[in-house]
Design a binder for this molecule. Structure first.
Ligand code: C2O
Ligand code: CU
Ligand code: CU
Length: 508
């Protein structure tokens, strides 16, 4: 499609997808770009093991017209390929680091031994290769991988060290759900970025960027600025991954059309749910199916959270937050004129056993804290500065869990192998934190004593905990004991994680 006619039919003018209220001196905004679809990495079989080669590298990317941006990527300049695994496969990952600095690669949401998890202890030094091997032992779903270097996760993910993982199993292969990757099964890695005038990314530039988490004014989807997508089938599955450092999206369609949620983080819901809003916090994933058979153009947008949302910040943080979250466009959707037929979705997607409270071995309490004192306000560093030092320099003013900030040398929790536990996460702050646990998937028992909505009734690994909320999750620690290799739990707002809202547990 020629750009001119596309713009005419969309009626967008030249604003592109920059958020309103923030202007762009560089000019040149207003072009639309076809949505990039990350390549698929399906592995190479050698014997009974599938091998996956991942090279972390630096590069230059073109997001904005006429400007190039220094970036990080995996097997490319920015972000990485979509890794496809099958349940039951034995896999060997070969992660080569050519970044010029240390990093790690963590398989978010995957059930793997702690030594293979890619957390802060599995550092891949510059010039070296890390070769974890594990078996894929989980249900189908949408997962992701990203850098997890201690105190540097936010910066490295922001530069581009992230990608999607798709796991297939018997159930997903046999279900009549759109599943042709790049055709009717579309990854949407949604991120926000700020640019300097020379095209380089701008990262932390004020204390607020750490306190609220880092919000930016330009939306990228799969690394595409102002993207458009042309459906060729009546139904399309979108695999959403909120890969942003801090921004929570409230996805909707500009004509308010309804869509169906199929899954949350760890896999299918029992049945798909019809809805018109999807609130996704950093780290969370969700597959939906949208019907485009009316052929009408429509935009995927993000709306401010409803005024009664439990996830809205409170007090003085609310105004700052609202300034960060106007309505904006995410993806222009322009169906082609002859859409291929799609099958009806199945009535039931999976059978879901709810974990119950019987036979619980232990209840652990976790309180999320953040110091709001003025002591935090000093010591700002320029754009691109590291996160942690900014707060550490000013003494108190850290993010914490149970009053402690992350310390690589401290194991916060020790969990006996075979335990079934309830974790009670209490949010003692004025804003929502998406709480993430490594090792496996959990179920949400309740929020402030109320059972979770149908949207959260599947396996999850990241759960929103609103200000003042207490969320109880339940999970089993059935395997992968290792007294020397901890797993992490943390807030997935990366600036919070980098500044201490993280802890470690071992399974023994
Ligand atoms: Cu997505 Cu501990 O990470
Ligand atoms: Cu993780
Ligand atoms: Cu947080």
């Amino acid at each position: 499609m020629k750009r001119r006619s596309f713009l005419k039919t969309t009626g967008y003018g030249t604003a592109g997808f920059l958020l309103p209220g923030l202007s762009f001196a560089q000019g040149g905004a207003g072009t639309f770009n076809p949505l990039k679809i990350p390549g698929l990495l399906t592995g190479t079989s050698r014997g009974s093991v599938k091998h996956y080669d991942l090279k972390m590298q630096t590069g230059l990317s073109n997001f904005l017209p006429g400007l190039s941006t220094p970036t990080f990527g995996i097997n490319g300049n920015f972000l990485g390929p979509t890794i496809r695994f099958r349940d039951g496969d034995d896999v060997a990952m070969h992660v080569e680091n050519t970044l010029g600095e240390a990093s790690t690669l963590h398989w978010h949401g995957m059930h793997v031994p702690a030594a293979a998890d890619g957390g802060p202890h599995q550092v891949v030094k510059d010039g070296s290769t890390w070769n974890p091997e594990f078996q894929i032992r989980q249900k189908s779903g949408t997962f992701w991988y990203h850098s997890h270097l201690v105190s540097k996760t936010g910066e490295q993910v922001y530069k581009g060290l992230a990608g999607m993982i798709i796991i297939d199993d018997e159930e997903s292969r046999n279900a009549s759900i759109p599943s042709e990757y790049g055709v009717d099964d579309i990854p949407l890695v949604v991120q926000d970025r700020r640019f300097n005038e020379d095209g380089s990314f701008q990262y932390l530039s004020s204390h607020r960027d750490i306190m609220m988490g880092f919000f930016a004014d330009t939306i990228l989807v799969n690394g595409t600025a102002s993207p458009y997508f042309v459906p060729t089938t009546k139904k399309v599955r979108f695999r959403f991954l909120n890969g942003s450092n801090a921004r929570t999206y409230n996805f909707a369609f500009s004509d308010d059309r309804r869509f169906r949620q199929l899954s949350c983080d760890g896999g299918f819901l029992e049945r798909h749910i019809e809805m018109s809003r999807l609130v996704l916090a950093p780290g969370e994933r969700c597959d939906i199916v949208v019907d485009f058979s009316d052929g009408n153009p429509v935009d995927l947008i993000s709306l401010p959270l409803d005024g009664n949302s439990p996830f809205l910040p409170r007090g003085m943080m609310r105004n700052m937050y609202q300034a960060n979250t106007p309505r904006f466009n995410v993806l222009a959707i322009r169906p082609q004129s002859n859409l291929a037929n799609s099958e009806e979705l199945p009535q039931q997607l999976t059978a879901m056993a709810r974990l119950d409270e019987g036979g619980i071995d232990r209840v652990r309490a976790f309180t999320l804290g953040m110091a709001m004192g003025m002591g935090m306000m000093g010591g700002g560093r320029g754009p691109g500065g590291g996160g942690r030092g900014m707060m550490r320099n000013s003494g108190e003013g850290e993010f914490s869990i149970n009053g402690r900030s992350m310390d690589m040398a401290v194991i916060n929790e020790t969990i006996p192998l075979g335990s079934k536990e309830i974790w009670e996460i209490t949010n003692d702050t004025m804003m929502m934190h998406p709480f993430h646990v490594h090792h496996g998937q959990f179920q949400v028992l309740d929020r402030n004593g109320v059972s979770p909505s149908a949207h959260e009734r599947a396996f999850k690994d990241t759960v929103k905990v609103g200000p003042g909320e207490k969320v109880r999750i339940i999970m089993e620690f059935e395997d992968f004991s290792d007294p020397n290799q901890p797993y992490m739990y943390h807030c997935h707002i990366l600036e919070h994680e980098d500044n201490g809202m993280m802890g470690q547990f071992v399974i023994v």
